[in-house]
Write a protein that binds this ligand. Sequence first.
Ligand code: G3D
Ligand code: MG
Length: 180
Amino acid sequence: MAVIKVVVLGDTEVGKTSFTVRWTQGTFPNPALLRTTVGASFDTKKVTLPSGREVTLSVWDFGGQRRFSEALKHMIRGAKAGLFFFDVSHLPSLDSLYSYWVPAAEEFGNFSFEDGDGTRFILVGNKIDLLGSDFSAVEAEMRRFSERFGTEHVLISAKTGVGIEALDFKFKELLDRVLE
Ligand code: G3D
Ligand code: MG
């Protein structure tokens, strides 16, 4: 079965590990475990795509600080698709996607957003459980990102699980398109 490398990119503390664990194992991780993430780690997940095709995802979650750029380079190289993660209750983490994580994907992963590689990524706004009921401002910001880079976007809470099923489905559709 084909193994597809997937990267989860974004600042520390935005919830990448919480999401990855929940997505691949179905549980919200114990906080004590989160702190042990050092460098990059990966989990695998067998999925059936909407087309019926079966693939194994190796989901790479970058746990290090930006300064560990050698590890980051290694992690991004060879990835076919990914998620750009930010914390909706802390918008500087969205700015970091523009200033650091998108350029890192272009430099280390040979993705070109000008040439349409945005279709290989989904922008994920995490922690909507902290946001109250008015998502319009953050949705406007997410649309702006998506229009610029050609991604799709979703709102989730890795903590409550809201939105994860929708993200899972969108991502499988994405994989069917990019693996053709
Ligand atoms: P990272 O892997 O991107 O660095 P983590 O982020 O998954 O380690 O999560 C960072 C902190 O955010 C953790 O809290 C985690 O429990 C919390 N978190 C992750 N996702 C959500 C979410 O959807 N909602 C809320 N409210 N919190 C979330 P601690 O306190 O353990 O540092
Ligand atoms: Mg982490």
